[in-house]
Design a protein around this ligand. Structure first.
Ligand SMILES: *Cc1c(COP(=O)(O)O)cnc(C)c1O
Length: 390
């Protein structure tokens, strides 16, 4: 008999009842150190006082109206995002995949309005992840995500990650945009080198192609900059954001330049919930914290500390771990053991990690993790690795 919850996930037998900071409390009382943060969502940990206050204060006033009316919390959050990024304008969604939908629509509408209606093709990359909606799975293109769900949304070309010649050849007069994650998340924490992102920007400038960055996982302070592309010193035309921006409340957005967004006039797009007062109240509280330069400097300091300790951990378990990669507090350990076995051993040692492609375990702790918790994480991962080789 089919379970009452549609069985599209194989779930771990863990029931978390509460959370505080970097910790999750299981129904049986066990305390797990959370290095997954709901897959880079709980960027300020669990039950952060500023977020609880923002949510509960707003909840007592007004939950929802409609985008038919002015929403001051939405206006304030858009202003903050514009102030702190390349963008001139913001549309709010409830998830990453909805941000992908709009990014694709915006790029196509741009060329339609420029009297180049055949410029619809979006170039994307193998190993990428852009969500589970029809545009999201067509954009990622992997058999795992698309098999059985055809006919797929047309107009996506998939290139190998890092094949510069193929990319140059693939951009034609039907190319609307290039869509890429500055750090692949689900693909196994694969950072795009700064030179490659610069090269992409140059290629887009030469050909007029729009550059869409998917920062759903790597954005909002995760890599130690507010947005990951800042490391390369270049900016996109359109950017997808979600996960961390709501700190656990379902919130996403699309940021764009005035030029890229020029086709999106009144009536061309909408959302019932996107940018509602509750979500934006929380988003404002997240932004107030993560845009503080001292906060980001501390993320970078802790990244160095965690990486250094992980190198030691890997050296003491050469049969389990191989190497560490990533940026900021978005780190991946390539494993010699099977990554799922390492994640399960972590559960037994009461530490949460997240598997990814390429036999990687992801460490995406709350950005608020403390130095003592980093040390504790290493000792729990050490225990997990030891249990695999015992
Ligand atoms: C999680 C993710 C998405 C999809 O976000 P949802 O909120 O699950 O729809 C898209 N792109 C990237 C890079 C992601 O990590």
């Amino acid at each position: 008999m089919i379970p009452s919850v549609l069985p599209t996930y194989s779930r771990a037998p863990l029931n978390f009842e509460s959370g505080e900071g970097s910790w999750l409390v299981e129904a049986d009382g066990r305390r797990f150190l959370d290095l997954g943060a709901g897959i880079a969502v709980n960027c300020l940990g669990h039950a952060h006082p500023a977020l609880v206050d923002a949510l509960t204060t707003q909840a007592g006033k007004l939950w929802h109206t409609s985008n038919l009316y002015q929403i001051p919390q939405q206006q304030a959050l858009a202003d903050k995002l514009v102030e702190h990024s390349f963008a001139d304008t913001v549309f709010f969604t409830n998830s990453g995949t909805e941000s992908c939908e709009l990014a694709v629509k915006m790029a196509r509408k741009y060329w339609y309005d420029k009297d180049q209606p055949d410029r619809t093709e979006i170039i994307a990359f193998r190993g990428s992840f852009h969500g589970r909606s029809s545009a999201g799975i067509a954009a990622a293109g992997s058999e795992k995500m698309t098999k059985g769900f055809g006919p797929l949304l047309p107009g996506f070309t998939h290139l190998a990650w890092g094949d510069h010649d193929a990319l140059r050849a693939a951009v034609t007069n039907t190319t609307a945009a290039i869509l890429i994650e500055p750090v692949q998340g689900e693909g196994g924490i694969v950072p795009l080198p700064d030179q490659c992102l610069k090269g992409l920007r140059d290629l887009c400038d030469e050909t007029g192609t729009l550059l869409i960055l998917d920062e759903v996982q790597c954005g909002v302070g995760r890599t130690g900059k507010l947005f990951a592309h800042e490391w390369a010193g270049v900016t996109p035309d359109i950017m997808m954001v979600a996960k961390g921006i709501g700190g656990g409340f379902p919130l996403g957005c699309v940021l764009a330049t005035e030029n890229a967004a020029s086709g999106m006039t009144a009536g061309t797009h909408g959302s019932t919930y996107g940018g509602n007062p509750l979500g934006c109240a929380v988003g404002n509280a997240v932004m107030d914290i993560v845009t503080d330069p001292d906060f980001l400097a501390d993320v970078n300091r802790k990244s160095g500390l965690l990486r250094q300790k992980l190198e030691g951990l890997i050296a003491s378990h050469p049969d389990v771990f191989d190497s560490v990669r990533g940026a900021g507090l978005m780190l991946g350990i390539t494993c010699k053991a099977t990554n799922i076995d390492v994640v399960n051993a972590g559960y037994a040692a009461e530490v949460i990690t997240v598997p990814a492609a390429d036999n990687v375990i992801r460490l995406l702790p709350p950005l608020t993790i403390t130095d003592a918790e980093i040390s504790e994480a290493i000792s729990r991962l050490d225990k997990a690795a030891s249990s695999l080789t015992a």
